[in-house]
Structures are given as C-alpha cells and as structure tokens.
Design a binder for this molecule. Sequence first.
Ligand code: TMP
Length: 226
Amino acid sequence: MAVKNKYIDIKVTFMHKLKRGILVTLEGIDGAGKSTLATLLSNYLAQDNIDHLLTKEPGGSLLGQQLRTMLHNNTVSMCPKAEFLLFAADRAQHMHDIVLPALAKHTLVLSDRMADSSLAYQGYGRGVDKHMIKTVNTWIMENHEPDIVFYIQIPVKIALDRITKRGNVNHFEQHSSFLEKVDQGFKALFAEKKNVVFIDGSQNPKDVASTLYNHVKDLLCKQQLQ
Ligand code: TMP
C-alpha cells in the first residue's frame, strides 16, 4: 500500500523543487531502441508534469550538431584517438551549455548516451586507452556521474536487423564484429557498477518505457526523502 501511495503522490511531490539535479542516461548498442525509449520516458514524465530536460550525445549542443554530422558522415579518415576527441569535444560543449546549467537549477536531465558510450565504442570497440578516456570524461563532466544508467540490452543480431530495416546506417553500425565488441564492452563496463539498471530492450517499447519510468519515480522519491 505504501508503495502505491508513493506513486500517487508523485505529482504533489514534484510541485516542489528537486533538492539537487539528477542525471539519467540511456546506453546500449545501436539499434537497442534508446532514442524511442528516451522519447517515451520523456512523454510519461511530461504527462505527470515532472519537469525534465531530454538531450543526447552526440549533438546536444549547437557545436555538437556540427560534430555529429562530421562523425556520422565519415568522409575523411579518422584515427580512433581523433574520433574519441571529437566525441569528447561534443561532450565538453554539451556539459557546458546544457547539462551542468540544468543540474545547477535542480533539473532532472535525461541523456540519450553519454560518457559510457565513449568507453564502450572507442575504448572496447576501437582500442583507445580506457584509462585515458575515463580521465578525460571525469575532467569534462566535472566529476558528475549519472544517478542511473539504463543499459538497454538487445542481441546484436536483432539490433542489426533493426538498423538494416531503418536504413541510413552510420559508420559505427556497419560491422557486426564491431557491434559485438561494443556489446561485450558495455557488459564488462557495467558488470560491477551499482548505478546501472539492466533493461531487456527486446520487449514492447511502451512496456519498457514504463519500467524505466518506475525506476525514475523511485529515484525521485528517494531523493525527496533524503
Ligand atoms: P545515435 O545518436 O544515432 O545513437 O548515433 C551516435 C553514434 O555515435 C552511435 O553509433 C554511437 C556512437 N558514439 C560513440 O562511438 N562514442 C560516443 O562517445 C558516443 C556518445 C556515441
């Protein structure tokens, strides 16, 4: 009964300001359905009048939109270190323009990808020094860590089927062997982290989004009680 009341009271609770900013990220391989889930989750929050900001990497800032085009078009050859540094530049501008100001105003920030994507894609996928990636990420993010990471899991084969159906494949998505490495990377990275919630991304997106929403409501309620 207490749990039910907690959810009924959520709108009342959020007529008050959050005590601090909250950062939630969605991570996973391409084709996992993160962007659809992020939008559905944002819709659920909006329906309950829960103030939040939905953003993404790469491309959350104006500079980031240009970097995203550069990274996706892949018209000139790019070594793994340069690729990481472009994602890092996108992240730096995103943190500076969007995420840190929103957290300072005690906003709930939802980001479709963030620092863990660089570790999985450039670290595990392309062999860039993971220690260096972690150091740069920590510096850029000014020691902020996500309160929750939703790791949307999906078998690589299903992800590749979805990507192929969607068309418009970016160069990160082209090779199954690369996505396998990234998938293993995410698993290794998240195995021991306490702030990660493993989510089965092969279920109906609305059901998955409502599971995410329940986790976010739990987090918001705990934060209000602190
Ligand atoms: P998406 O926004 O459509 O998911 O595309 C972003 C692509 O960029 C996706 O293939 C994952 C990749 N990526 C990295 O390789 N490193 C990073 O740090 C980030 C944020 C994304």
